[in-house]
Design a protein around this ligand. Structure first.
Ligand code: GLN
Length: 464
């Protein structure tokens, strides 16, 4: 099939399903077909016209980059993010920008100013978040791969709830240049794939040092696709059993425990480990993430980007009115929390304490990785929940991230891979967390798992 006809198919499917799934905030037909025609005219490229979707907080030149927010509703980026440039140079075709929780703050896609994306397994349920639209675009078969962003689990959690692969790299592995900042010390670009191979193909292209991001690391990028099929016999997987009890859905617990047996069948060795500080992960995350967000989001003032409120009598009033009208409730809650924990009276009690506990969470991992190559946990404590079920209860929403935030706090890589279906037929994901720069090990483990134990069903809305 030519790249143009493949791209047309993805665009047609994206448009056809969007009424029901709301996965895309913009579909870039003209851009995509133009790029596809260029690629058809040259011989072969690394990604060979792979159609991809991109979360709407990653800058794409001349195209809308709304961050799921009213405040950036009409904002068009002036440059391409490094990941976009590298994908483009490698022969990928970007078909559209995807729905997301506002400024990537959320776990259900319901804080989007443009309405939530819907889960293709059951459209009355959330797809997870914050990269919900990208997860839906992949799970429904519109594209094989998509970019999302990860601050505390926003790729792994929706991947788990939508039955696909979701991957977060080591901090510094993928340039953040052009990723709109939420909490800079936690943010990463992450990747969704229908399979681990899709993730490996995309990672191989976008990973690596970028002079435009001083936190991107100068660490050699291996050929991830080449080691996907390696034997995993002899690999050691650590299981923190103390974390597999309280608050975990029964179905999730059952399938995750079964996945441990399955890894053993594939030859992996299972050992018990402990992550004693993991229980503080959510508290630490929501202090550090909100503190950094309150600073990062100060730039949206009605002067420099996007929306400006009308009829303000003076400059200060214009700032207030723009932010009052432009931001949604969750973003305001985070800015207030963040400024509070950074305020002079509370800095030591909250922010400074959280940084110290963050160091202990990181140390937990260092100790655990002396005994194992990867750590196995559930990705999310539950399957996809109903739209509206948790939107009035921020704490219960925040608890969705209990298994994912620690990897962001420590900066280590992690992946979620489907490991079965619940009694209601909804997908469940298992998470593997690796040591710094060990993406190849995680991709290898995940790939062997999905090949040996594939999901036994497809979503009810699927066009792949
Ligand atoms: N759900 C988490 C939050 O709301 C994580 C978000 C993310 O990873 N971008 O902060």
């Amino acid at each position: 099939m030519s790249i143009v006809s493949n791209t047309e198919k993805a665009l047609d499917n994206a448009e056809r399903l969007n009424g029901e799934l709301n996965a895309f905030l913009s579909i870039e037909r003209e851009h995509a077909l133009g790029r596809a025609a260029e690629l058809d005219a040259v011989a072969g490229s690394k990604l060979n016209g792979l159609a991809v979707a991109v979360k709407d907080n990653i800058c794409t030149k001349g195209m809308r980059t709304s961050c799921g927010s009213h405040i950036l509703n009409d904002y068009k980026a002036h440059y391409d993010a490094t990941a976009i440039k590298r994908l483009n140079d490698a022969g990928a075709v970007m078909v559209g920008k995807t729905n997301m929780d506002e400024f990537a703050m959320g776990s259900s896609n319901e804080t989007s100013a443009f309405g939530p994306a819907k889960n293709p397994w059951d459209v009355t349920r959330v797809p997870g978040g914050s990269s919900g639209g990208s997860a839906v675009a992949v799970a429904s078969g519109v594209v094989r791969a998509a970019l999302g962003s990860e601050t505390g689990g926003s790729v792994r959690q929706p991947a788990s709830l939508c039955g696909i692969v979701g991957f977060k790299p080591t901090y510094g592995r993928i340039s953040r240049y052009g990723l709109v900042a939420f909490a800079s010390s936690l943010d990463n670009i992450g990747i969704f794939g229908q399979t681990t191979r899709d993730v490996a193909d995309v990672l191989g292209v976008i990973a690596g040092r970028d002079p435009l991001d001083s936190t991107s690391a100068d660490v050699p990028v291996p050929d991830y696709a080449a080691t996907l099929d390696n034997d995993i016999a002899g690999k050691t997987i650590g299981v923190p059993r103390a974390l597999l009890g309280e608050g975990l859905d029964e179905d999730v617990s059952e399938k995750v425990l079964a996945s441990i047996d399955n890894f053993e069948k594939l030859g992996a060795k299972i050992v018990d480990i402990e992550l004693p500080y993991a229980k503080y992960g959510i508290a630490v995350y929501y202090i550090i993430a909100t503190a950094e967000a309150s600073s990062n989001l100060a730039r949206f003032d009605g002067v420099r980007y996007g929306f400006r409120a009308e009829d303000a009598p003076g400059l200060r009033e214009m700032y207030f009115k723009t932010r009052e009208e432009g931001f949604g409730a969750e973003v305001k809650r985070r800015i207030m929390l963040g400024t509070y924990v950074l305020s002079s009276g509370y800095y030591d009690a909250y922010y400074s304490k959280a940084q110290k506990v963050r160091a202990l969470v990181k140390r937990d991992y260092a100790t655990a990785f002396e005994k194992c190559d990867a750590i196995l946990t559930p990705t999310s404590p539950s399957v996809a929940f109903k739209l509206g079920e948790k939107s009035d209860d921020p704490i219960s929403m925040y608890l969705n991230d209990i298994y994912t935030v620690s990897a962001n706090l420590a900066g280590v890589p992690a992946i979620s891979v489907p490991c079965g279906l619940s009694s209601e037929g909804l997908p469940i994901g298992v998470q593997l967390v690796g040591n710094f720069w060990s993406e190849d090990v995680l991709l290898n483990l995940a790939s062997k798992y999905e090949t040996a134990f594939p999901l036994e069903a497809k979503p009810s809305i699927y066009v792949g």
